[in-house]
Ligand binder design. Sequence first.
Ligand code: DCP
Ligand code: MG
Length: 472
Amino acid sequence: MRNTPTILHLDMDAFYASAEQAAKPSLRGKAVIVGGLGPRGVVATASYEARVFGVHSAMPMAQARRLAPNAAYLVPRFGFYREISEQVMRLLRELSPLVEPLSLDEAFVDLEAGGTAWDEESARLTGTKLRGDIRAVTGLTGSVGLAVSKMLAKIASEQAKPDGLVLIEPGTERAMLGPLPVRTLPGVGPATGDHLRRVGITTVEEVAEAGEDELVRLLGKAHGSALYGMALALDERPVVAERDTKSVSVEDTYDVDIHDRVRVRMEVQRLADRCVRRLRDAGRSGRTVVLKVRRYDFSTLTRSDTLRGPTDDPAVVREAAARLLETVDTTGGVRLLGVGVTGLADFTQEDLFAQAQAAAGELEPLAEEEVEESAEKQETPTVRRWSAGHDVRHAEFGHGWVQGSGLGRVTVRFETPDSDPGRVRTFRTDDPELEPAEPLPLVRRRPQVSSEPARWPQSRSGGGGGGATSSP
Ligand code: DCP
Ligand code: MG
């Protein structure tokens, strides 16, 4: 492990909600909740103003509505968030070739490898400058953590939130970690947390005191040893730039061929779960589930199934893998099994996405990609639907966004990222003067000479949230 705090972790603040607030002046300083708006929808994120009411990511939307009835509720716009994410990732790549994105709004950067920091002072300066640049280029705030390891840098950025920078000084790591709850450590979810609490371990210090043997006894070899190491602030994981962007897979070779079909099924389920854990650790989701089977005679088969959208749901992957297995004859015995997911997407929350689509289907049926697609194809959809939060353009009143729709009416607030809060007007949903529009950039590059709205600096890559668009 290095002894300079030159691993940087960046995490944008209330990312989707901040992006919406930046796009919509009337929502700044207000409670904004982005997520699936249907009956089974969940919260993707809430602005800090909404968090005051107790609303948080992954909460059922119905509960959020009870807690914050007056908040603005918006459907996510993944294509828009991806544009911003690309701007942020470009800034990170200017600092180092070693940038490891974890999700749209989060990444590790090895500053030392980029020569942009070599000690505490240069690390702090670089982190501060980065925050300024992100602000200038995207109009949004991000929080920065700096430390000697990935684990600590991530904990630091969490402590820095919102809109801050925390550098953990080398030598102070264990003292800093000690009093924190065990849940702070990566890989300690609610189940492990409960398990440890039952034996009286609630803080990181208590994990360290328990000792490795005791933890291995409690949690098993792999998890126990890993947790012990983390409690001692040991984390050797390097920042990895070249991730396998195409697939995540796991496989097992068996010492003795498996003949029992029930056992084969169980192994496949186990592999599916492990594969999803990997996928989630990487902050990703994937669309195609692949099953690999090597039989007793070394003949190797792969079967795959492409889902309607990317997923990181263990139940979905398990089910797909089980279905694929039913197409393979294993009577002679199996020596290797593997489960993989390919067609990876950059966002983690497929279920949310699906729910957002379902929500759109129920209230305002046109999801984002469909809007973009129909705009591209220059087709007029037979029935025009307007999703809450999406951009529109009116021939007379200009650029705005859909505040709500129903009963043949759509309410539009006319404002742009650099205007004052705008006025609301209501139209018929089939008003010929109203059309879907692309999001506007949050920050204008240079003063506008024409009356045309500013464009994104780069051509739009890919469509909305569905595809696995990876930038080169
Ligand atoms: N997200 C999601 N579902 C979750 C968690 C997150 O859809 N359960 C999406 C919405 C978030 C984005 O990912 O805006 C980034 O996730 P973060 O965990 O970084 O949360 P935020 O950026 O919203 O807030 P914070 O300021 O706490 O980082
Ligand atoms: Mg964030």
